[in-house]
Design a protein around this ligand. Structure first.
Ligand code: NAP
Ligand code: MG
Length: 513
């Protein structure tokens, strides 16, 4: 699997029942740094989706006879194989998405491997609570069985990273832990087979960034995952995605993407009472108090606003700075931002191009709205000074853009832009900034910077978001629950939370004779 010896354009195939299957129709997929077609992906239709779901259902009884240890062994093999193919996967992710190769090597691909490793390890050591009622001669415990077939739908910004964060727990899920005495009793007196079982999955990656998901199918097949346990259908959300979420054979939907599509998926899931997890958009704020160490906070803020071209759901897009240090902060932030290297993602750059022409136009349109709203654009936008070499002149580049002088009600302060654009605003008091940070429809995350521990914690506890970082950003432990509130989503993912999503819990109350 080498990028250099693959046909141009690369032809991606669906992965159904353990086989790579050609489609009757294909869609072009573009290299965002040149605007050229570099891959073609299946434009899967409902028949192909149905085929994938049927294979997942057929594989389910067989997969359900595996033990956690057997599943963990395969998942760890997949993790090893992702690490062995780090360079190739990082190059493909960069070519498909636009992110610097160096970032994909440092963040996306290692994290994809960690997703498999962490969930594999967790199913072997998971703890559960049991409860004993001795006076009634009963012992309670719970069993978690897999839900069945999971539909996993992922976005384009962290393609392999986010898709594997769904695949690994879905395949791993299903466990039960007994209190030791009951375990011994059941082992001795029953012939119950201690099966711990996993789900089968059908994935639909974003049509804009499908290539690394397809490469993953090859690694998964080589790692020995039984046929049909994982299926991948490529294509559009409106056709393949819609067929998948509506399929009667799907029991749980895990979706990461925009709030509008999430709202629709929630409605579809409600009609057929499917379990659903929605990880959606954000309008995340940074809060910088006057006692913050600017030599650390300025570079950290640049990272939180512009990493991965600002195309991370957790990126900061509003920064509230205490008025006493506002001017100094702005001046330092703008100076350092102007020095960021933007250019071809294969080079040593901080930012590559945005993911698509459509997205570039959307991001630019927000800068125009800000201008009409009377804002000052302190730096960014234009790419003229980049002097890009010929193949990159049609790439979807934009410089990191800093805006100020906007009211909180303006679109750029309220709506998700999902690009390298940040709005700065001064604040005076703690109460004021809490109220302003919470005054958006989203609730994904925030980052607070300063030194007074009591103030930092007081503020953190009053923010309506799923994650608050204090003096850091994007430090993600897989063990911690991850997700959003308000229109940023429903449900949490993370080691135990994901395992809960992909299982149903049954309470067993055992009365001794
Ligand atoms: P999107 O347009 O909502 O698409 C996400 C996925 O859903 C894609 O695979 C898409 O397929 C598919 N889809 C679209 N319509 C569908 C339908 N009717 N039925 C089933 N599937 C459908 O989001 P995006 O533009 O790819 O990603 C950016 C958004 O994701 C941002 O809002 C960002 O904040 C959010 N995000 C959230 C998190 C989080 O953890 N909270 C993480 C990353 C990104 P197509 O690509 O073919 O349209
Ligand atoms: Mg692409």
């Amino acid at each position: 699997m080498s990028l250099s010896d693959t046909p141009n354009p690369l032809v991606v195939e669906n992965f159904i029942g353990g086989s790579f299957v050609k489609s009757s129709k294909y869609l072009d997929s573009f290299d965002p740094s040149t605007g050229e077609v570099w891959a073609q992906i299946p434009d899967s239709d409902p028949t192909e989706v149905d085929d994938a779901v049927q294979h997942a259902r057929n594989a389910f009884p067989m997969w359900s006879k595996t033990t956690a240890a057997e599943r963990a062994k395969i998942l760890i093999k997949i993790a090893d194989s992702i690490e062995e193919n780090l360079d190739k996967l990082a190059q493909a992710e960069s070519k498909d998405q636009g992110k610097p190769v160096s970032l994909a090597k440092r963040m996306d691909i290692p994290r994809a491997a960690l997703n498999f490793r962490a969930f594999a390890e967790s199913i072997c050591h998971h703890l559960n609570i049991s409860n004993c009622i001795p006076e009634m001669g009963c012992m309670n415990y719970t069993v978690r069985n897999p839900v069945g077939v999971a539909a996993l739908i992922s976005p384009w910004n962290l393609p392999l990273y986010l898709l594997t964060f769904k695949i690994a727990p879905a395949l791993a899920s299903g466990y039960f832990i007994l209190p030791l005495p009951l375990f011994i009793i059941l082992m001795l007196f029953s012939n119950y087979n201690y099966i711990e079982i996993g789900n089968c999955v059908v994935c639909k990656p974003s049509e804009i960034t499908s290539v690394t998901a397809w490469m993953l199918c090859k690694l998964i097949k080589d790692a020995g995952l039984p046929n049909g346990v994982l299926n991948m259908v490529f294509g559009t959300g409106s056709k393949a995605g819609e067929a998948l979420i509506n399929h009667q054979g799907v029991n749980v939907i895990s979706f990461t993407g925009s709030t509008n599509v999430g709202r629709h998926i929630g409605q579809v899931a409600a009609k057929s009472i499917k379990k659903v997890s929605l990880e959606l958009g954000g309008k995340n704020a940074g809060i910088i108090f006057e006692d913050a160490d600017l030599s650390k906070v300025v570079p950290a803020t640049i990272n939180s606003c512009f990493l991965n071209q600002g195309e991370i759901c957790l990126c900061t897009s509003r920064v509230f700075v205490q008025r006493t240090i506002f001017d100094e902060f702005v001046q330092r932030l703008v100076k350092e931002t102007k020095n960021l290297k933007v250019g071809p993602p294969i080079e040593d750059v901080f930012m590559g191009p945005l993911v698509s022409q459509v997205h570039l136009e959307k991001v630019r349109s927000y800068v125009e709205i800000a201008r009409k709203d009377g804002a000052r654009i302190l730096c960014g936008e234009s790419v003229d000074e980049l002097s890009l070499p010929a193949p990159y002149q049609k790439g979807y580049f934009i410089r990191p853009t800093i805006i100020t002088d906007l009211s909180d009600s303006s679109a750029c302060m309220q709506e998700e832009i999902f690009g390298p654009v940040v709005c700065l605003s001064p604040f005076d008091s703690e109460e004021e900034v809490i109220e302003r940070v919470n005054n958006v429809k989203y609730g994904l995350c925030s980052a607070i910077w300063g030194q007074k521990g009591d103030r930092l914690l007081r503020v953190a506890h009053q923010l309506h978001v799923g994650t608050v970082w204090i003096n850091c950003w994007l430090v993600r432990s897989l063990d911690m629950p991850f997700g959003g509130m308000k229109e940023s989503g429903i449900g949490r993912e993370g080691t135990s939370h994901s395992l809960e999503l992909y299982t149903e819990e049954t309470t067993i109350c055992y009365k001794f004779q």
